[in-house]
Design a protein around this ligand. Structure first.
Ligand code: PMP
Length: 345
């Protein structure tokens, strides 16, 4: 068992330095060696702790934020949770503009973490004054000394991973990493890690994971945003219908697309084979790794790192609910036996 006698001044000191864990069962028969960077070990249970802390501390260094000031973002997901957590410890107000599509559970969670939540109508255009983008912008103007994190268009997002996640992976693999497989949403994670790794060894191959229904893969290949690529999909946090400037496409060697159904089943498979209870995009990243293995991407000597961005507990009413999986038609698409529950009467 791991011994850890450290005592911390506050929860923020636990951000980063997440473990790299060897994948043993789910990769049996694969060619190469596979390791997962498990970001759920951050105290806010996702990789977004890193960017929240970095962007806020950078604003402090620049003298933009003073105690009692306000931090604003448009998210109901992991970034919102991480910003709320950092704000509590550092004494800032946290305002999150979220879409009315966000689940009640998520809104309650953010409120529990001290955030003030503005729920904005989902079905209005981005430039409508009621949209969560416009509400966030207005609140930013109204609160003097506030910062708007704006993770999709903030280069400090990439910088956070360049300064922490990248060096950690390099050190944990003793410089032997050959491939990195990571989801791309804002692109901060993959671009930041890639920037650091390619500075150490430009031959390391960086593979981005995108969703069907998102424009990122096509943009990487053509440098054009093809509106025809855009349609609704279920995976949250992966892919996009716009081009985020937080992504450096030149630092990504190729993209691979994964389906909603296979990613959901693969997340469940990681949990039940490796004992790692991970989120939907971890399933997507692992699904991409399976496809790459089938395509013959890896050699026996390769050391492959896959990033698992967050924890499964945030998806109890989604991929870990048989009812939800059935409603999506995911149970018909792939015949995987359901876990059996015996109700004793
Ligand atoms: N997985 C999850 C669950 C996320 O919330 C995000 C962030 N949108 C990502 C993956 C992708 O990370 P990044 O934004 O750094 O590309």
């Amino acid at each position: 068992m791991k011994k850890n006698n450290h005592v911390y001044d506050n929860v923020l000191q636990l951000i980063g330095s997440t473990p790299l864990i060897k994948l043993n069962t789910i990769t049996s028969g694969f060619i190469g060696e596979f390791y997962a960077k498990v970001e759920a070990f951050n105290p806010g249970h996702s990789s977004k702790d890193r960017i929240a802390l970095h962007i806020i501390e950078e604003a402090e260094r620049q003298g933009i934020l003073k105690p009692g000031d306000t931090i604003i973002e448009t998210t109901s997901g992991n970034t919102g949770f991480s910003i709320a957590m950092v704000s509590i410890i550092k004494g800032y107000q946290c305002i999150l503009a979220v879409s009315s599509k966000s689940s009640a559970d998520k809104i309650d969670m953010l409120k529990s973490m001290g955030a003030k939540v503005h729920v904005c109508p989902a079905h209005v255009k981005a430039d409508d004054p009621r949209s969560y983008y416009e509400v966030a912008k207005r609140l930013h103007k109204e609160h003097e000394g506030s910062i708007y994190i704006n993770q999709y268009f903030n280069k400090l997002n990439l910088d956070a991973h360049y300064k922490s996640t990248g060096p950690e992976i390099w050190e944990q693999t003793g410089g032997e990493i050959t491939h990195l497989v990571a989801c791309s949403g804002t692109g901060g994670t993959i671009s930041g890690i890639s920037k650091y790794l390619k500075e150490q060894n430009p031959n390391i191959k960086i593979i981005g994971v995108d969703a069907y229904g998102s424009v990122l893969k096509k943009f990487h290949e053509t440098r054009e945003l093809d509106e025809k690529e855009i349609y609704p999909y279920r995976i949250e946090g992966l892919g996009k219908n716009l081009i985020p400037t937080a992504t450096d496409f030149d630092l990504i060697d190729k993209f691979i697309k994964v389906t909603d159904a296979e990613s959901a089943h693969t997340a469940r498979e990681i949990s039940s084979t490796e004992g790692l209870f991970v989120g939907y995009t971890s399933g997507a990243a692992m699904q991409a790794l399976k496809q790459l293995n089938e395509e013959g991407e890896f050699k026996p000597s390769d050391k492959v790192v896959v990033v698992f961005p967050d924890h499964g507990s945030r998806y109890m009413s989604k991929i870990y609910s048989d009812k939800w999986m059935e409603e999506q038609g995911f149970m018909d698409e792939i015949a995987i036996p359901k876990a059996k529950i015996n109700y004793v009467k």
